[in-house]
Design a protein around this ligand. Sequence first.
Ligand code: SF4
Length: 362
Amino acid sequence: MVQTNSDGISPDGQQPGSGIQPLLERLSSDQFREWYQDRKWRKNIEEGQPYFNGPGSIPDPERHSPSQLLQCHRKLVYRQENAPAEQSDPRGIFWFGTRFEEDLLFPFLNRAVTGTETYVQNSIWIDFTVESDAGELRIKGATDPVIVDSDAAPVLPTEVKTKSAVDNISEPNRHHRAQVHAYLVGLSEKFDRDFSDGVLVYGGREALELKTFHVEFDAEFWDEVVVDWAEEHTQYRLDDELPPADPEYDWECRFCSYRERCGKGDTNYQDVDSNGLLAGYAGYPRDDVVEYLEANPDESLTPTLAKEFPELAKEYGVVNWYCRCCSSEVSWEEADPQGDPLCPRCAEQDGLSTLSLAREEL
Ligand code: SF4
């Protein structure tokens, strides 16, 4: 037991229990976030994938990934061109999806199908091209677990998705069917054999349940829906055109990281291209701001974000204001970024004029 004086202070001058405080501080959400980021960074290096640290390179317009087929064209263009994300990745959902596939589904498949004839392979790389009016399209990516024969030739590819619950799923999502179709075409090409069957496995996060759907190859769906979509997407990229805000499913907007610049958020922005942080938007996650500024050394913080993250202002700089009325640049610290910031020079002359960011005017 620690001896204390009449004020309850121990001989080393500490209040009872004060040794707990540093421990509690080490258990904060900030500490967890930093630890998680660092762990992910190290893991990518250890696994020979340092390119996952930081923003990805901009893919060629002809390049497509099976997992992105049929998604909102505009959202994909924002993501492919590294527009700053307005909300963090739903890491918990990604993490659960990986754990579900590796820790539960793979062992389950192994148990369920492994015999003298069939085995389970983690994934198979596919890389193939299709002709289109926009030129040759390339579809490249890795499958989910594939049931294979004793020569490791595919028998039945799977695609695994997790959802909060599976009991209300009555049919597979078209995006997921498109993904299985890409696997079937890619595997047919790679193994010089026609594959026409796959299986979509939905895993429920809450009750840990499964629902499976047999997917049969549908040439019309592949040619007239999936390949047409890929051709259209490539054409938007080649023409440097912002695609319409027209996703197939409404829920895409709910989970989209670009709602504000697209025009579906709570601000007045609309149809903004992929470049730059939005001047009046304060909701960017700190990590995404840092990642964006690291990848774009010519960019600076907006005054709104400098107020939100003052510690970043010194490191990355802050873009100043500009007044069109008196044609003068105004330091970012001289105006309140909230609402419509007013020009202090014009105010001295009893004028009212709204400031805009200098980077947009000079
Ligand atoms: S908010 Fe909706 S329409 Fe806009 S980019 Fe995102 S998913 Fe597409």
